[in-house]
Every structure is written in C-alpha cells, then in structure tokens.
Design a protein around this ligand. Structure first.
Ligand SMILES: [Zn+2]
Length: 456
C-alpha cells in the first residue's frame, strides 16, 4: 500500500483545475521531485484529470474510533454523548500499538479514497494497554500514515482530569493522562521526526494553569498549532459558566489562547459573542458535521460566521463515515433544516466551489502544511473528479455543485498526495487482504459491546 517517497519531476494535464485564482481550463500542472507544484502552463489532451480540485485536509480525526461505527445504536444503548463516551472508553482500553496501526491504516485508506490528503490526528490514546508511558502508540499512527501515504500532522493532546470538578476515571488515567505538563512536554519532544502540533483535550479535561502552560508550549513548538475541543456539548458550556463565569471560548480568550494558532474544534454551542471573537482574533474553527450529527451535538449556525469572514475547516472526528464531500453537504443541509431556506452557504459561484475551497483553505491552517490550494509552492495534493453523468463539463462551478449535492467517494477517480497516486488505481491484493484482516480485528474489538438480540 505504500508508494514512492521521492519521484521524478512530472506534469499532469487537467481539463479544469480549481486554482487559488479560480477555475482554469486546459492546464498542465508541473510537479517537482519533492512533490510540490512548480507552475501551471497551457495543457492539452489526453487529460490526466477532468475536474481537478485541491486535496482536502482533514482537520480533526480520532482514527481508532473507526472501530466503533455502528456500535451503540440499539434502543437500550447509548442515548447521549456521555453514554457513547463510555462505549468509546471501553474500545480504547482494548487497543494496543498493533491495533492502533491497523485501525489508523484503515481510516487513512478511506480518507484518501474520499479526497482527504492530509490529516490532523488529535491524539490522546498515548499509553499502551499496560499504562506505561511511551511512544509506541503514537509511532503506530505514524506508521499507518507512512503505509498509506496520507500527510500526517500528529497532535498529541494533554489530558489531566475527568471533568471540571472530577478526577480521572481508570481508562483516562491509564491511557490518556500524563503525570504533569512537564512529562507531557518530554513525551512530545520524544516524538521528533513526526510532524507535530500540540493540543489540550478540552477546558473540562485540563485545568486553567495547565492550559496556559500547554498553550505556551504549543507556541514554542513546531508550527505553533494549538488544537482543542470546545463548546461541543451544552453541558460543557453550562459548567464553564458555573465554574469560570463565562463560556468556553471566552474562557480560552481570558487565558490568551484565542489567537490565529487556535484550532477550535466544534464550537457548536459558542454564543454569538464567542463566534465573533474567533473571527476577530483570526482563529480557525474546525467543524465536524457528520460527527456532530452522530453524537447529537447540535448544528453550528454557520451562515453568520461565514458572512463575518470566519476561517473554518472540516474534520471527520469519530470517523463513523469518512467522506469529504458528505461533510460539506451535511454542513449545508444542517443550515437548511434549521433555517427553512436553501443554499445558505453559497456565494455567486454556487455552493460546491465555495465550500470545497473554503474548507481546503482553512484545513491547510489546521494541518500546518502548504496544501489546500493548487498554486506554485504548494504540495501537489490533488483530487480528480470524473463522472460523465454528474459532471458534464462546460461549467465547472455547476459541476462542483453537482458533486457537492450528489457526489461521493465514488465520484473521485484519483487522489494524489505530493504528486504520488495514492488512491484510484483499484484495490491492490495487499489492500484487499489487509481489509479482511482489519474486519476480524474490529469484530474482536467489538465483542461484548453490542447487546445480543434473541432470535425468536
Ligand atoms: Zn474530537
């Protein structure tokens, strides 16, 4: 499944290509040995790609949660986010480095197939099943990225307490938490060689003093990215008001953490002032529409945020469905269902071009790589769309609207990461065998987590 890490310079000819200057037709994209775009020049058939758009950065993922897809959907199962979280902890407790590598490989293969070419892995399953600190779990994620070819930004996340006023539970203590911020910093430094960001789990799982320290560490480390879950649940917002006297984003701002480096994940229940604060401070908001629907979090009111010029990205979060265009479609449909109006997030180009380009641009900020735009200097992370019925040619904006409304991974013909074809050449025998084996693993991990139904 892995491909070449270095390559010969090449050119790919595109019938239509979505560049940072808009759509261009009949172009040839030059790519150097490092996988970066050198230039765009007039091109001619045969076309390597019909409709070519930037690879989508996945701004927020928990790869291991892929194994929980479909668990907890029966009437007697989890009814709230908090019940679901208990199931997720039971799963986490069963995952060692080998399981982690295979689940991440599976998730990353599916991301590539659906047009995600890079991923910010928000990572808190730090310690192995014996609870001993070490880097084996994080290195397993890095191996999965290497194996599949997705561009990884690993975001180790600091985890300190069970809630605003509760201690760590056994799984949190054994698998997620470090003894101190210093111990966490040493752990992060030991991951050198892997492109890193830094995160804190949430304002409920990290004390104010530690948030300030981790935020400062993030600033001095790598690209300076600081990721955090925020305002996902109403309960978190209520507790923040009770304990700190303000909402979660306002609280982060009081700690000096709402900056252009902030990747605020969810923000579902941010109040209007907090949403405005994100825009004014130049922070980036990471929306995860499929997971926010799956977990019954709620609908982020995106119209006003978009109109204010807020920066945003999408993440697959719990990875129950991995499909880049489906995330964007649900983002728009959520607005439709709550407003009773159509085309809420469209601009004069329609909805497809605006949403794909907006998410690709904000996603590049979340992963901290020169990606998300087809322009000289950026990595050649490219998604090539083909479907003679859905995409008919002549008007690429209309075709991208058709992709957004009616498309899926099946509309994607080929996906390149850094100029290397990573999806689209069919499933290799290796991949078929790997998927069968991963299925056995998931069945084993789910054992005892689904209530049995009788047969008569
Ligand atoms: Zn998350």
């Amino acid at each position: 499944m892995s491909g070449a890490s270095h390559q010969k310079p090449q050119r790919l000819s595109c019938r239509y290509v979505l560049t940072s200057r808009g759509w261009l037709s009949d172009q040839s994209v030059g790519i150097d040995e490092a996988g970066r775009i050198t230039d765009l020049a007039p091109g001619e058939p045969p076309w390597d790609g019909f409709l070519v758009i930037p690879g989508m950065p996945n701004a927020h993922s928990h790869a291991f949660q892929r194994a929980l897809t479909g668990v907890g959907e029966r009437a007697e199962d989890a009814q709230s986010f908090w019940n679901w979280r208990s199931l997720m902890y039971r799963l986490a407790a069963r995952i060692g480095p080998d399981e982690m590598e295979r689940l991440a490989t599976l998730a990353y293969l599916d991301m590539l197939r659906s047009g995600f070419t890079s991923v910010a892995e928000f990572f808190y399953l730090h310690h192995g099943p014996d609870g001993r600190p070490g880097v084996a779990m994080a290195e397993a994620v890095a191996r999965a990225a290497q194996r599949t070819g997705i561009r990884l930004r690993l975001v180790p996340v600091y985890y300190e307490r069970g809630g605003f006023e509760t201690a760590l539970d056994p799984v949190q203590k054994m698998r997620f938490a470090h003894a101190s911020v210093e111990a966490f910093e040493d752990y992060v430094r030991a991951l050198n060689g892997i492109p890193l960001g830094v995160g804190a789990h949430s304002i409920r799982a990290v004390s104010p003093a530690s948030l300030e320290r981790v935020g400062a560490f993030a600033q001095s480390f790598g690209e300076g990215l600081f990721h955090i879950h925020v305002a996902e649940q109403e309960r978190e917002v209520e507790q923040s008001h009770r304990v700190y006297g303000v909402g979660p984003i306002a609280w982060l701002d009081q700690l000096g953490l709402v900056t252009p480096r902030l990747q605020a994940v969810h923000g579902t229940h941010a109040d209007p002032k907090e949403r405005r604060l994100l825009v004014e401070r130049g922070a980036n908001l990471v929306l995860c529409p499929i997971t926010e629907a799956y977990l019954a979090d709620g609908i982020f009111p995106a119209v006003e945020y978009f109109d204010q010029g807020g920066s945003w990205a999408v993440g697959t979060d719990a990875n129950v469905e991995i499909d880049a265009v489906a995330e964007l479609r649900l983002l728009e449909y959520g607005q439709r269902l709550s407003s009773g109006r159509r085309s809420n997030l469209a601009d004069r180009r329609g909805i497809g071009t605006r949403l794909w380009q907006g998410a690709a641009c904000g996603g590049a900020r979340a992963v901290g790589f020169p990606v998300g735009a087809i322009e000289p200097g950026a990595y050649a992370d490219l998604v090539m769309l083909e479907d003679p019925c859905l995409l008919t040619g002549g008007d690429p904006d209309l075709d991208l609207d058709a992709f957004l409304i009616g498309g899926s991974s099946a509309t994607i013909a080929r996906v390149y990461v850094g100029g290397v074809l990573r999806s689209g050449s069919g499933r290799s025998a290796d991949e078929v065998a790997f998927r069968a084996e991963a299925g056995h693993l998931i069945a084993r991990l789910r054992e005892g987590m689904v209530s049995r139904t009788g047969s008569g």
